[in-house]
Write a protein that binds this ligand. Sequence first.
Ligand code: SF4
Ligand code: SF4
Length: 159
Amino acid sequence: MLEKSKRWWEKGLQNLTADQWELLCDGCGLCCLHKLEDEETGALHYTQLACPLLDTQSCQCRFYAQRFKHVPECMKITPSNYREALPWLPNSCAYKRVAQRLPLPSWHHLLTGERSTIHDVGASVRGRVRSSEGIEEEDYQEYILHWIDADNDNDSVRE
Ligand code: SF4
Ligand code: SF4
């Protein structure tokens, strides 16, 4: 277990430097998957379909710097807007967990020292998703995933 003085993320999202903010992202790629909301229950479902700009092997955006030109609906998560994103972020997301005052998952690179651990344990999208290119939106429901949790009531956010 990393000693408390080295767990700088525990000071809360609002108190992170710009570099720490970037470092906190685990690179899972889950937030780049298309999601469906159940009209009756409001429940959020992740699909296996990734934004066409996502490299599904590296789990990185292929055009990160110019992404808004290609995908205007893409949201950059920042210290000023993360609360809006929390309802649809996966429960494993480092930003969501810090906002909920939960520990980072044991596979997080800040704990293991290796960016590859998340892929080794199967917690990223690597090898598990496909591009949404060519799939009609009305067919997205055929691609709903059941291994991603995203509680979207935000009750557990304690910051
Ligand atoms: S879900 Fe969270 S931790 Fe994972 S890539 Fe997206 S912002 Fe980063
Ligand atoms: S544009 Fe890039 S960062 Fe935005 S959702 Fe698509 S792959 Fe993810």
